[in-house]
Design a protein around this ligand. Structure first.
Ligand code: 7GP
Length: 864
């Protein structure tokens, strides 16, 4: 092995082996070491921030040692590995998670059963700090927008927990998703400079540098050959611009496992080449411009969720990341000196949506142009290696790149795409000889005045498996957006893997109170249920046990008060006058990206309806107690970011805040109803918000939400759901039982007809909605100078694409049922809550990753 220490020197190394801390004493020593050396601070100058950094560095030392051992183990066994390519990893905070997953064992056998978190908590306390305050110092690693990015974060956790040899590959954005401020009710975006203080969770591998090229032209040695033969000869890409990708590694510890996997994020930097021509002409400033441009590639995350903008810099990001990652993967493969045909036996690559699809083309280019494999052999390797996950059926989210832009940035890759397309269309023609329409429909190139490359088609053609993320969604992609491909490839290629979430973060970390109640009840001291969630079914037998119901309820009330504290801290508004009455107030929560299809507008219209009814009753002289008989106390919480350029979503935020203003300042409604917009929703806030819900809303237009994952998080924390028959709500209902969820609304199979009716027939709004919409225009109570007219018009006059008017009455009906059960039959409510948690096990991402490993990647765990 290159760079190995010579044998005669090794006993010195072995004698001085670095050990993990496994006792409080050893942790404290490590902590002080870091304060005095790494941070160059001292006993006289150590605040919470320094304590956070010293704790993190100490914990990271342990993780790094296990990371090294994991990599040595995997190198020695040389198993097939999987690489998860995702442009987003919405990790949130790392320290608490690392403490929960901390493995205090040496390298052999079963991981230790000592509670690492307790040990560090004691150490931190001994040293003069409170762990709680120390944890608060950490900024979120917010390198993602929403569902897709958070899914990737749950996945890497489960891969490590299951001892799978898997790495994640992504980008190290200097600015993650923007921080959201609410000013005058409007969203204002401010930059998230999360690397402000040094980041203890990354290991900069300055020695791992990969050059990445852009622009330029293609040169072909034999200019006499016929056009058709193009694919048979390698070509040379003479690039015009070069930058360097530097690796930054984040260790990913598994829970109760010896495995620490790696998440490798690439940062861009300039090459050391320098434009001396410009410099000599005296133009020092401009000679640096290109250097600076290199750094901008990984400067910022594109802040769109379920929407593609088609910007050149975004394509550059994608190629930069695909090229660096593939180079790294191939370097590792080459170490074992196997022939190329064994590549798919050693490597699986999962495409998290179409963003990494360029890696399909890049691998084909490397095999043909640089390794000189014949086209067919190369393509066989490529398609056996890749698989693709689709996360949305929304048209505006499907990636397309203009041929002209693409060809300028990546001229050789464009040629390869044409060739892939040519061979593919030939095969389609052969299989369906008389269907020329089909051939043009499935072409990777969309014809028109501006020709476009359809990335999803390329991803399907370049993969051996394509999956959706919940049963309904996986069926929908086969019958709608990828219908032709389902016909061409048959049923084996298109499969379903229903999403999951990690119970370590979303139960143990977010809700330690509920976790302890569960482990105490199940007599599960080691929290084994976090690995085997089928154990939770044993909770069912306590669903009618009065004493247990009380304990269960106490946890929920405690979490609700914690949320109240957070909201009061963030907004300065007092939400409840009497904390001891929190038990009577229903917490109704909708937190997710703001999007018309997710229908926050329907939720806020429901709030307006409630307000109007309450005011009517009060106006008729009814007492507060009489009102509460029908509209019991409730707080509606909203949270979520809108894409900066998404006008309608921003208007929805403004409407929510306008409604909140009116309602919260109306003294007559005190203790009956409040509406709150929680600013800057992110992972660490979700950890406080989600455990506090009595009810959460998952009310997308049927057929639009591919899966949803927060629905699973709320259920895992004993919250009940109100939802449409959409995404994973369908399987949640199947698992927890239809009595334990409030479903309403039209089904996805009716959506097309309903939309048709809105456009071509006369449809009328329900009276309730009419009344609500009237209150949002002109100088009505929520009119605000007619500001919300576009939201009203989109429903009344523009076809109501998201079918708010079709679902509104049934939504109100479901809400009425919620009120009744919550207030008149609390034990029934608690029973539903317990039975939900008892049956949530299926939605662990451990199950999900096992399915990927067995049905798509064909990989096995590597255990000690
Ligand atoms: C999301 C889907 O909207 C959500 O339903 C799903 O649970 C999640 O992916 C994980 O599968 N999609 C995105 O976040 C997204 O941006 C477009 O999709 C690429």
């Amino acid at each position: 092995i290159d760079n190995a220490i010579p044998l005669q020197a090794r006993n010195i190394w072995n004698k001085n082996k670095v050990e993990k801390f496994t006792t409080v004493d050893a942790f404290e020593k490590r902590f002080i070491d870091h304060v005095e050396t790494t941070l160059a601070r001292s006993i006289y100058n150590c605040d919470d921030l320094a304590a956070y950094q010293a704790t993190s560095n100490s914990v990271r030392d342990n993780l790094t040692l296990d990371l090294n051992k994991t990599q040595q183990r995997q190198t020695a066994r040389d198993p097939k590995r999987c690489y998860y390519l995702s442009l987003e990893f919405l990790m949130g905070r790392a320290l608490d998670n690392a403490l929960i997953n901390l493995n205090l064992n040496d390298d052999k056998g079963e991981p230790s059963s000592t509670d690492g978190r307790k040990l560090v908590e004691k150490g931190v306390h001994d040293l003069g700090f409170k762990l709680e305050d120390v944890l608060e110092q950490e900024p979120d690693a917010a390198l993602g927008n929403g569902g897709l990015g958070r899914l990737a974060a749950c996945f890497v956790d489960s891969m490590a927990t299951g001892d799978y040899p898997c790495w994640g590959y992504g980008l190290r954005y200097q600015y993650g998703i923007f921080a959201q401020k609410i000013i005058n009710g409007y969203q204002v975006e401010t930059p998230d400079y999360w690397l402000n203080y040094s980041n203890p969770w990354e290991i900069e591998r300055s020695e791992i540098q990969v050059p990445v090229s852009f622009y330029g032209y293609v040169s072909r040695s034999d200019s006499d050959s016929k056009e058709d033969d193009r694919t048979l000869r390698p070509s040379e890409w003479i690039a015009g611009e070069r930058v360097i990708a530097v690796a930054y590694d984040m260790p990913i510890p598994g829970f109760k496992s010896n495995t620490v996997n790696n998440l490798r994020l690439w940062g861009s930097k300039p090459t050391t080449e320098f434009d001396f021509a410009k410099f000599n002409r005296g133009d020092y400033q401009n000679s640096l411009v290109e250097q600076q441009r290199a750094e901008s590639i990984t400067a910022v995350l594109y802040p769109n969720d379920n929407f593609e903008q088609g910007k050149e810099l975004r394509l550059k990001q994608q190629y930069f990341w695909c090229s660096a990652s593939l180079h790294d993967i191939i370097r590792r493969f080459k170490k074992s000196r196997r022939p190329w045909c064994e590549f798919p036996d050693q490597v699986a690559i999962q495409l998290n949506d179409t963003h990494p699809t360029l890696s399909v083309v890049e691998l084909q280019r490397i095999l043909v142009d640089l390794e000189h494999l014949p086209w067919g052999e190369a393509w066989d390797i490529v398609t056996k290696t890749f698989s693709y996950t689709n996360h949305t059926v929304m048209q505006e989210a499907l990636e397309k790149w203009p041929v002209s832009l693409f060809g300028r940035l990546l001229p050789r890759h464009l040629e390869i795409i044409y060739d892939i397309n040519w061979f593919f269309l030939q095969s389609v023609e052969k299989k369906f000889p008389h269907d020329m329409d089909l051939v043009s429909r499935v072409s990777i190139i969309e014809e028109g005045k501006d020709r476009q490359i359809r990335m999803a088609y390329l991803a399907i053609i370049g993969s051996h498996k394509v999956n959706g993320v919940a049963e309904l969604h996986s069926e929908l992609i086969k019958t709608t957006i990828f219908k032709d491909f389902a016909k061409i490839y048959g049923n084996d290629k298109f499969i379903n893997v229903t999403n999951g979430i990690t119970p370590r973060r979303w139960l143990r970390q977010a809700n330690p109170e509920l976790s302890s109640l569960i482990s105490e009840t199940l007599k599960d001291k080691g929290d084994e249920y976090l690995l085997d969630m089928s154990r939770l079914t044993k909770l069912s037998k306590y669903a009618e046990d009065k004493k247990f119901l009380k304990k269960w309820d106490d946890v929920k009330q405690k979490k609700k008060l914690q949320l109240i504290d957070l909201v009061e801290k963030l907004t300065g508004h007092k939400l409840v006058s009497d904390r001891s009455k929190i038990h009577d107030v229903l917490f109704d929560i909708q937190v997710k990206r703001i999007h018309e299809y997710k229908r926050q507008q329907m939720n806020i219209f429901g709030c307006i309806w409630r307000y109007l009814q309450i005011k009517k009753m009060l106006g008729e002289g009814k007492t507060i107690e009489e009102v509460k008989e029908i509209y019991p106390a409730k707080i509606s919480f909203f949270g979520g970011k809108s894409a900066p350029g998404y006008y309608m979503a921003k208007l929805i935020i403004k409407l929510i805040n306008t409604v909140a203003d009116v309602i919260n300042n109306d003294k007559s409604l005190d203790d009956i109803f409040k509406v709150v917009f929680i600013p800057d929703y992110n992972v660490s806030k979700a950890e406080i918000i989600i455990p506090a819900s009595d009810l959460s809303e998952h009310i997308s237009t049927a057929g639009t939400e591919a899966s949803g994952t927060s629905n699973m998080k709320f259920v895992m924390n004993g919250g009940l759901l109100i939802g449409t028959v959409d995404g994973a709500n369908v399987e949640i209902t199947r698992e927890i039982g239809e009595d334990n969820i409030f479903l309403f609304g039209n089904l996805s199979e009716n959506v097309e007809e309903l939309r048709f009716n809105h456009r071509f027939r006369k449809t009328s709004l329900p009276e309730s909605l009419n009344e609500v919409l009237k209150s949002c225009v002109g100088d009505a109570v929520f009119g605000n100078n007619d500001e919300f007219r576009p939201l009203v018009d989109s429903i009344k006059y523009q076809g109501d694409y998201y079918l708010v008017s079709d679902d509104f009455e049934s939504y109100l009906g479901a809400q009425k049922l919620v009120d009744e059960i919550y207030h008149n039959n609390r034990n029934e409510w608690l029973k539903k809550s317990i039975l939900s948690v008892a049956n949530v096990g299926f939605f662990s991402s451990d199950r999900c990753i096992q399915e990927y490993a067995e049905t798509i990647w064909n990989i096995e765990p590597v255990k000690v």
